[in-house]
Design a protein around this ligand. Structure first.
Ligand SMILES: [Fe+2]
Length: 385
């Protein structure tokens, strides 16, 4: 199994220029310049890449972290393979640790954390009418096509596939090219009409305001695919809002509201159909760098909770602002999902809704886990290098 910390994000082609001991730490610099980086001897021993320390097949850590002397120190620092590796000869037992320059550069740049992808935040004007779309045949033609489509989703928070056969089977085939279908209380692949099969407004023909799904789940579905298989009626347009764009707007214009929305954990629940799911998320989830990680907003599913008086008032004020912006036509795009066009969107970023409709509508779709889609993108990118 790959270990994200051990594997890190490699900075291919990096070469070491020099390694010296400074204040008990190993300071490395790079050929071609750039900021130098420091690593503690303990950390270097813990991240040694020799096969005794890092399993060559599984890339799992073999080092006994807890047997490393707390005062471990290098006797000698050497560069191997013309700067491709750092070799550390340890004073206490003369053993040698080897660490690739590309690995060290990657850690220096990211601290081993997942970095946010390149994103294009959008509103109605900047998105325009030219929605990110790819032909189903191109997506299905090979890994390059699938990676291009998933990269569109990563950048924009959604993308469309056109020319998909209007069947459940073809939709499922498209989903499973990316990852496995996530099972929830709604089943795996859904295929539904307005029949109230579940106690959820999705199973009616009423309008649904912008929201994210699974606010009552600890791990809200990362992605959703919708494919309208049949529509005979009027209305029913789908709406999308870039939640990160709205979050960015609030951050710039109302820091107090932003602080509340990014720190108050809002409980949500699904009660009925034999289950009582409950979880809590801030409306605007941030990553370790303060970047946007996850929007979790569904006012229909918010569970009762209270805060101290002034905090409660601040929460309602901030929630009202968020709700006003996501319902502002300036942030919303609309599309009519017709048979043959599948929509894949990031449920941790893009809020979705639907206008009311009259007539008959059959929609199928599925949830995918966040980690599975990100994994697919990483694997496809690595294969494309
Ligand atoms: Fe939904």
């Amino acid at each position: 199994m790959l270990d994200g910390v051990v594997q890190g994000e490699l900075s291919h082609g990096a070469l070491l220029r020099q390694a010296v001991l400074v204040d008990g730490e190993v300071e490395v610099s790079w050929q071609g310049g750039g900021a130098s980086a420091r690593f503690s001897p303990f950390w270097l021993r813990d991240h040694c890449h020799t096969k005794e320390s890092l399993h060559p097949e599984t890339l799992q850590r073999q080092v006994d972290t807890f047997a490393i002397p707390a005062d471990i120190a290098p006797a000698r620092l050497e560069l191997g393979d013309g700067g491709k590796t750092l070799r550390v000869v340890w004073r206490h037992d003369g053993s040698v640790s080897v660490l690739p320059a590309a690995f060290l550069k990657g850690i220096a740049e990211t601290c081993g954390r997942i970095t946010a992808p390149q994103r294009r935040l959008w509103d109605r004007t900047s998105m325009g009418q030219d929605f990110p779309t790819m032909e189903h045949a191109e997506i299905e033609s090979g890994d390059a096509g699938l990676l291009r489509w998933l990269s569109m989703v990563e950048e924009n928070g959604f993308a469309l596939a056109s020319g998909v056969p209007a069947t459940l089977e073809a939709t499922q085939q498209l989903v499973t090219r990316i990852g496995y279908v996530r099972e929830t209380i709604f089943g795996g692949m859904w295929d539904f009409t307005a029949n109230l099969a579940f106690k959820d407004t999705a199973y009616t023909s009423a309008a649904i305001g912008p929201h994210t799904d699974g606010t009552y789940s600890f791990d809200s579905p990362g992605y959703q695919m919708f494919h309208c298989l049949q529509f005979d009626g009027t209305g029913g347009e789908s709406t999308l809002v870039d939640g990160f764009k709205v979050a960015d707007q609030i951050r710039k214009t109302d820091p107090l509201a932003f602080e509340v929305l990014s720190s108050v954990k809002v409980p949500a629940q699904y009660l009925g159909d034999g289950v009582h799911l409950r979880a809590e998320h801030p409306v605007i989830g941030l990553d370790h760098n303060g970047g946007y990680a996850q929007i979790a907003y569904n006012n229909y599913d918010r569970a009762p909770f209270s805060l101290p008086r002034t905090r409660m008032a601040a929460f309602y004020r901030a929630l009202k602002l968020f709700n006003e912006l996501i319902n502002d036509p300036a942030y919303e795009i609309t599309m009519r999902l017709a048979p043959g066009t599948a929509l894949l969107f990031d449920n941790w970023r893009t809020l979705h809704g639907r206008r009311a409709y009259q007539g008959y509508r059959r929609l199928c779709g599925a949830y995918l886990n966040k980690e599975d889609v990100e994994s697919k993108v990483r694997v496809l990118r690595a294969g494309a290098k």
